[in-house]
Design a protein around this ligand. Structure first.
Ligand SMILES: Cc1cc2nc3c(=O)[nH]c(=O)nc-3n(C[C@H](O)[C@H](O)[C@H](O)COP(=O)(O)OP(=O)(O)OC[C@H]3O[C@@H](n4cnc5c(N)ncnc54)[C@H](O)[C@@H]3O)c2cc1C
Ligand code: SF4
Ligand code: SF4
Length: 445
């Protein structure tokens, strides 16, 4: 009787760098190597110690430039070729670390949106997030859920259903009447531990930023702030896109080893979903509360921003006429105000105009200002730096007025006017007045 043939072992090879392909991304390959066999050169390229390399391929998989490949000796290549020809089933070695992570992540399912409210009044961004959350839930094949916390806030559950949620997790108790970090973090973490959602979205508002950061720290997961795009990859990871390096590039960030995956999104970045009056869903009431003594913060009074003198909320405006450095002086903004008054809109500004002291900070549009989504955005004397564009490029119609025909603002403009704004803006205002007069005259006949 002949001895049974030993099962062939698939050679693992070693990693090697493809000459000239490394883009010096910041040593990602080095950071994932489990046996520390990668050193970096001064120019940011890896040197691989092939004696220590165990052929795990982690560096190859993470490299954004496909600059690494697996090298097999001629003998190993021969074995690989024989395995292919003989079609002998080869036992793939399972990476125990990857298997443990996959098992942990599989416990988490569902997309949650935190419904922000102040004294029972919801923040619009919560409904915008239900809109984008619906797409994510569909890609993942899971439920879209809302997380409602407050006192006497059941009416918000109904609204959440109307905006697309099919289930609401509700914490309704006097302790939650005012937003206080300690109470809300305890409540959220209790629900996260119990129901294990894989994605949590919150508004990048004062409340959302505070709560999301505190929760992510407590449950030890990743959080990406101020996302402008959200999608799901083929491994159920949330691809969170946001401006990085001062807005010069768009980075897509993933949290592939921890759950839940948490993102904040600024108001007006995502479109409002359709309102389906009378839509119904399941409400999961949870009796969890914390004691008043355990909450150190006391809310004495809520002073709303919109009540402060002269403040203008540009985020809700349907028409915005923004001025930049091309306005030359603060008094010239009166010309934009005139146009805004005719259209029933508000005046916005670029950061240069705000930094120059021509307009208050609450009018700034852009990465470090407000994100707006008006029906019409008119950019006057604004060049269109990426940091400005990220705050207004989703407007329905963009009209750009600039005397430089190569200004980047024209790349996002629906209509572009190359010319001197000091002639163009008054001409538009005069035309609107004339058309209004004609309209009134026609009605009077
Ligand atoms: C981290 C970071 C965050 C930032 N955040 C923001 C932000 O939130 N919002 C923001 O806006 N910027 C932001 N910036 C600044 C941004 O990079 C630009 O510097 C700024 O947007 C430029 O403003 P501007 O277009 O008004 O000025 P400029 O770039 O100087 O453009 C002026 C434009 O006016 C035109 N012009 C001049 N005179 C006339 C005329 N008579 N008629 C017609 N056109 C005329 C010129 O051709 C020019 O295109 C940020 C920068 C950084 C680094
Ligand atoms: S294949 Fe694995 S062990 Fe080898 S260099 Fe890459 S990460 Fe390190
Ligand atoms: S991961 Fe790729 S691009 Fe980045 S340093 Fe390593 S080889 Fe270069």
């Amino acid at each position: 009787m002949s001895e049974p043939k030993p099962k062939p072992k698939k050679p693992r090879g070693v990693a090697q760098l493809i000459a000239g392909a490394c883009i010096a991304c910041g040593a990602r390959c080095q950071s994932v190597c489990p046996v520390n066999c990668i050193e970096m050169t001064d120019s940011g390229e890896p040197i691989i110690d092939t004696v220590k390399c165990i052929g795990c391929q982690k560096c190859v998989k993470i490299c954004p430039a496909d600059a690494l490949e697996m090298y097999f000796t001629p003998e190993e290549q021969k074995i690989l070729a024989e395995l292919v020809v003989s079609a002998v089933p080869v036992e793939e070695e399972i990476d125990p670390e990857a298997a443990a992570i996959a098992a942990k992540l599989a416990q988490y399912r569902g997309v949650w949106v935190f419904v922000e409210q102040t004294e029972g009044e919801p923040a619009k961004v919560s409904w915008e997030l239900l809109g984008v959350g619906a797409g994510l839930a569909a890609s993942l094949g899971v439920e879209l859920c809302a997380l409602v916390i407050g006192e006497n806030v059941e009416h918000l559950c109904k609204e959440a259903f109307a905006y697309g949620a099919t289930k609401v997790y509700l914490l309704d108790a006097p302790i939650y009447y005012h937003y206080r970090t300690e109470a809300y973090v305890e409540g959220c973490c209790h629900l996260i531990e119990k129901y294990k959602p894989e994605v949590i979205l919150m508004g990048a508002t004062g409340m959302g930023r505070d709560l999301a950061g505190a929760i992510a720290t407590r449950v030890a997961t990743g959080l990406t702030a101020d996302c402008t795009g959200l999608a799901i990859d083929d491994k159920r990871n949330l691809m969170q896109t946001r401006p990085a390096f001062g807005g010069n590039i768009m980075a897509t960030i993933m949290c592939d080893k921890f759950r839940p995956q948490m993102s904040t999104v600024r108001p007006n970045v995502m479109p409002m979903p359709e309102y389906r009056a009378g839509a119904e869903g399941a409400i999961i009431r949870d009796p969890f509360t914390v004691t008043e003594e355990s909450v150190l913060t006391k809310v004495i009074e809520i002073i709303r921003d919109s009540h402060s003198k002269g403040a203008v909320d540009i985020t809700g405006a349907e028409f915005i006429i923004s001025g930049g450095r091309g306005m030359m002086a603060p008094e010239n903004f009166a010309m934009l105000q005139e146009l805004a008054d005719e259209l029933g809109g508000v005046v916005g500004a670029s950061r240069s105009a705000v930094d120059a002291g021509w307009m208050p900070g609450d009018r700034q549009v852009g990465q470090t200002g407000k994100t707006v989504r008006p029906k019409i955005y008119i950019a006057c004397g604004i060049s269109g730096a990426i940091q400005h564009l990220v705050g207004m490029q989703d407007s329905d119609i963009v009209i750009a007025i600039n005397r430089d025909s190569h200004a980047p603002i024209f790349e996002v403009a629906t209509y572009g006017i190359v010319g001197d704004l000091f002639q163009v803006v008054p001409a538009i205002t005069a035309k609107i007045r004339e058309l209004k007069k004609q309209g009134q005259g026609a009605r009077g006949k």
